[in-house]
Structures are given as structure tokens and as C-alpha cells.
Design a binder for this molecule. Structure first.
Ligand code: EPS
Length: 414
């Protein structure tokens, strides 16, 4: 199994990642990871930091001559804002010495981890006096940069087997596709292209909001501009699709082996994500069963057939999002994530100063209006890791060639 850990504060010197459990022989270079790190900065509506920061990961270990070694992959991502920001981060985030008169943050922002986190770790109370900075800095979505880097290593394993992960944004705030059918046809055309889900994400990357509909992109850009003027923020929704997934990943046999449960966790583990559905999950709850389930048909659409024909079946639709009973059914995986609006608003919200106990309104420094496009690329990465692990569980081995051989055998016999 591939495991990874990240370390680092949003305004600290660097983010660190360790990925363990990748088999040996997976093609991997820093450029492969940087491609996805660059995509994470895409999207209209990002704030000031996006203008001074570009992410370039350094690969320190676990790779030799552009192939993994089976040993832990060590990653470091220097904080581009650390020096350029000139906001005193080396002092504010000093690793040693006393806090002294370094400015404290004492007003928790609603919707952030500030208050809940400070209560948990005791940053909210004397004798040291409240200071929310440690919570703010670690809970920040900045951490997703290293997550993308770590999970993109697993993505390399998938790519080498012809499995692609892509995403596109389907809603930002009040502007989005009316219903799933409105985008499924367009997305379906892209998915049937040679690159599968790669064609989908490349198309989405061309849009300022990572949407595959130019008219909707334009409307969303306007909506973001208006929202900024109103001093507010926006959430939204996106879809992650995985193509080339074999049937049989995950299991119905035990709760913690269900693929859909793991996909849901992959989405909800990302900062600010509040909802997830697999396939047409939410809409399906309001429909008849006959409108929801994916009928089973012969590959060639024939009415009759032989027992041999029954070994290669397909579905008329993919409303289940490629998972039935916690097991992949050979159709593309479809997972949607729902993100809340960014909690740092220009317009202040009510809060209470932990130092004085006085009711006050929050202070604005800088923020994004929305980061749904970024979240969609992070979700691609976290989903990729889940799929890679499900694959290793089924076809696993220490060497890429072993996995590839088992994978190809299973594919040709199904
Ligand atoms: C974030 C606040 C902003 C974002 C940041 C996430 O940073 P800052 O507080 O420095 O202005 O830019 O996102 C990133 C740095 C990133 O890499 O995505 C937050 O509070 O979560």
C-alpha cells in the first residue's frame, strides 16, 4: 500500500512529503509532479499569493534514473512566499527562541479551523495567551500543494498502466450546469478520446474556471468579479473521472474495503470540502429506481448470446459512477466534490477576540474569492492515490513489471 505524510506550515520555510510503498520501476521525474503542481494554481479568483508563488518540487530520494526504487520518495517544496512576501515570516514562524512580542492572532475566523483547533491544542488560553497562528498555518489549504506532489507519484503508476484521472468544475457559486445531463454528453465525448480522462482535464485546464463549457466559463468569471465587488466568497462543485479502471477493485466483503467509501474520504480529506457523491448519488435519491440503475447489456447490444458472450458485458449508462457494492464495475469512476465558500471574506463576520473577550468583526488580509478550480485538481490527486492502492491490493507486487503483467492478464481474460 502507498502511504504518505506531509509536514509544513503555510508560511513556513517549506512543505515536506514522504511517500512510501510505491513499487520499484515506476517512471517518475520532478517534472511529472510539477505539471500537476502548476495545474493546482489554475483558476480565476485566486488571491494575492498566487501572483508571487510558483511551486517546484524537489525529489530527494527513492528515484534513480527517472524510475522509482521501491524505497521512500522524499519531497521538498520550498515556500515561494517565504522570502517574497516580506511579511516577517522568518520571525513569525521562527523554529527556535521565544515568541516575545511577535504579533499574535486572537480573533478566530468563522468557517476556519481557528477556534476548534485552538481549543483542541490549547492555543486559546493563558498563561501563554491566545495565538491562533499555529492552527491557521497548518490547517491552511497550502498543504494541498504537497498532497498533490505526493499523490501524483501514484498517478504515475496509474498512467503507466493506461489509467487516467481528470476533472472539471461543474459549478461555482450560483453559476453551474443545470443538471448532470447537461455536461455528461460533452464530457463523454472528451472521455472517449484517446487520452480518456486526460483529454477531459486538458480541456478543462484551458478554461479560466476549469469548465468544459465556454459560455459557462464566461458567466462564472463575471460571477466571481461581482462576488469580489460584494466582498464575498464562493464555493462550488467539480467532477473527478477515472478512465481505464478494471472491474474488481475494492470489495463488498468488509466495510473498510469498499472503494466508494475510500473515494468519499479522499474528497472530504481536502480542506473546505463538505460533500461528495459517487455517480448520480444525490440526484438519484430523488428518482425512481428505474431511472437510476445501469442496465446490463451485451457488448454488441444483441438481445441473445452465448455463455462466452456473458463474460464481456457492458452498461447502458453509468449513473452508479463505476462502483456497485463497493467494487469497481469496469465503467469510469465518477466522483463529485462539493466545496464550501472560502471562509476568509473581505466583508467582516462576527467573532469574539480571545484575548479581551470582546465581540468584534473579523479582519481581512488577503484571500481568494474561490478556489474550486484548484480543489478539483487536488481531488484528482487524492482520488488517484485511492485507485492506485486499490490496484496494488488486487495486482500488487514489489516491481512495476509484475503489476503490469498481472494487470494485463486480468484485462485480457475479462
Ligand atoms: C489559504 C490562504 C491563502 C491562499 C492559500 C490558502 O494564503 P495566504 O494566507 O498566504 O494569503 O493563497 O493557498 C495557498 C497558498 C496554496 O498554495 O494553495 C488558506 O487560508 O487556506
Amino acid at each position: 500500500m502507498i502511504r504518505y505524510l506531509t509536514a509544513g506550515e503555510s508560511h513556513g520555510e517549506a512543505l515536506i512529503g514522504v511517500v512510501e510503498g510505491l513499487p520499484a520501476g515506476v517512471p517518475l521525474t520532478a517534472d511529472d509532479l510539477n505539471e500537476h503542481l502548476g495545474r493546482r494554481w489554475l483558476g480565476y479568483g485566486r488571491g494575492g499569493r498566487s501572483k508571487i508563488e510558483r511551486d517546484q518540487v524537489h525529489v530527494y530520494s527513492g528515484v534513480r534514473f527517472s524510475k522509482t526504487l521501491g524505497s521512500p520518495v522524499g519531497l521538498r517544496l520550498d515556500n515561494g512566499a517565504y522570502e517574497k512576501d516580506r511579511a516577517g515570516w522568518p520571525e513569525k514562524m521562527a523554529l527556535e527562541g521565544e515568541r516575545g512580542d511577535v504579533e499574535r492572532v486572537t480573533l478566530p475566523r468563522p468557517g476556519h479551523a481557528d477556534l476548534a483547533g485552538a481549543r483542541k491544542y490549547g492555543f486559546d488560553r493563558p498563561p501563554r495567551g491566545p495565538d491562533l497562528r499555529p492552527v491557521i498555518d497548518r490547517s491552511s489549504a497550502r498543504e494541498t500543494a504537497m498532497r498533490v506532489a505526493c499523490c501524483s507519484t501514484a498517478r504515475q503508476l496509474l498512467r503507466a498502466l493506461g489509467i487516467e484521472v481528470g476533472s472539471h468544475v461543474v459549478r461555482i457559486g450560483r453559476v453551474g450546469f443545470e443538471d448532470a445531463e447537461a455536461w455528461q454528453e460533452r464530457a463523454g465525448e472528451l472521455l472517449s478520446e484517446e487520452g480518456g480522462a486526460r483529454a477531459l482535464y486538458e480541456k478543462a485546464d484551458e478554461s479560466a474556471t476549469r469548465m468544459i463549457d465556454p459560455e459557462l466559463t464566461e458567466r462564472c468569471v463575471e460571477h466571481i468579479d461581482e462576488t469580489k465587488e460584494q466582498r464575498d466568497s464562493l464555493g462550488g462543485a467539480y467532477e473527478v473521472v477515472v478512465t481505464g479502471v478494471p472491474a474488481g477493485l475494492g470489495s463488498y466483503a468488509q466495510w473498510d474495503r469498499r472503494l466508494d467509501g475510500k473515494l468519499a474520504q479522499a474528497i472530504l480529506s481536502i480542506q473546505a470540502q463538505k460533500g461528495v457523491e459517487v455517480g448520480d448519488g444525490v440526484a438519484g435519491a430523488g428518482r425512481y429506481g428505474s431511472e437510476v440503475h445501469d442496465e446490463i447489456i451485451h457488448q454488441n447490444g444483441a438481445d441473445g448470446g452465448t455463455p462466452e458472450d456473458a463474460q464481456t458485458l457492458r452498461r447502458r449508462t453509468n449513473r452508479a459512477g463505476g462502483v456497485e457494492g463497493g467494487v469497481s464495475n469496469g465503467m469510469p469512476l465518477v466522483v463529485r466534490g462539493f466545496m464550501k465558500p472560502i471562509p476568509t471574506l473581505i466583508e467582516p463576520l462576527d467573532s469574539v477576540d480571545l484575548d479581551s473577550g470582546e465581540a468584534r468583526t473579523t479582519r481581512y488580509e488577503r484571500s481568494d474569492v474561490t478556489s474550486v478550480p484548484a480543489a478539483s485538481t487536488v481531488a484528482e490527486a487524492t482520488v488517484a492515490l485511492v485507485v492506485a492502492n486499490a490496484l496494488l491490493e488486487r495486482f500488487g507486487g514489489d516491481r512495476f513489471e509484475q503489476i503490469q503483467r498481472r494487470f494485463e492478464e486480468a484485462r485480457s481474460s475479462s
